[in-house]
Design a protein around this ligand. Sequence first.
Ligand code: SF4
Length: 380
Amino acid sequence: MTIRRNPTRPVPIGNITIGDGHPIAVQSMTATKTQDIDATVAQAEALRQRGAGVVRIAVDSTKDAEALAEIRRQTTANLAVDLQENFRLAELVAPHVDKVRYNPGHLYHHARELTWQDKVKYLIDVAGSNGCAVRIGVNCGSVDPAKKEKYAANDSITPMLESALEHCELVDSLGFHHFVVSLKDSDPSKVVEVNKRFAEQRPDVPLHLGVTEAGMPPDGIIKTRIAFEQLIGKGIGDTVRVSLTLPNPRKPEEIDAGLEIVADIQAGRVRSVVRFDDTKLNIISCPSCSRVENEAFVDLAAKVKEMSAYAQDYAITIAVMGCRVNGPGETDDADLGLWCGPAKVNLKKGEEPLGAFGYDEILPKLKAELDALVDAKKRM
Ligand code: SF4
């Protein structure tokens, strides 16, 4: 089966090119502390040798940026960084990486003195002058609040789509074209819909595909495969990441899974009979990165999965996130959300905080909330 890929623009990232019919690049992210240079270099190299086209590293401070300069010297992997709200770090990191990712949803905070347009102009200027590509990475958990308000609460897709299109238009108007877009959600069907709609309107912009917080294998791989089959099979997608919650020291399973899924789809070995069953319990968990503040996070995600198995026949979503940076926002859409701090785990029911509990206390608290939800579902 020959898949006719969308006619996207070429975007050079280090020694590879994304888009324009180039092979679909598989990406991953280091989960080590960025300032642990030896461990981060070892993980970046392991990912590169396994076939990673791009390796992403989280940078949250000037110390992380200093470590990045040394990591750059010690690895030949194509490197990307993920900027959160501290967009000014771009100046420090861009000389050492091949791609900078910004999240439009993070540019609306603290916007008193600078508009989001000013921040994008600054980021594009820094990326352009350092020869970096850019990813406009829209995420379901952190969408422009004004766009969210404009649409009904049950339409989470249009705000993401509008945000991506608006940023593309601005970046294009600045004369910068080395950018890709990602539109990620933890629900594979939403990933399919939002990416299809984007590709209809901007078939020229390369897409980075991923199901965010897909969780632990095998469920995380299955969710991702479901989305990728429907997108890559239709020519949509130029680079991919399979986000899996994995124990440390993390092995390159994300790369193995990504390469296998892409190869299967391109060879016509699709399993589209596999559907994500949204009538069942859904555990979503982040893939972890250098921002994890307590190594017990991955173990906790596994225990949550095990403890909640009794509720598998109920349409309940539990989210388990590794840090305070993305945890609070990314758990909003779950029925029950946990996000991990250094000593405590924060528990939420929908958007309502229920308190912070020790790592040895959280499971019984979660179970009590889950029991109540299951009872309520039984009565419906
Ligand atoms: Fe990293 Fe936090 Fe996202 Fe998990 S939720 S991948 S720890 S930034």
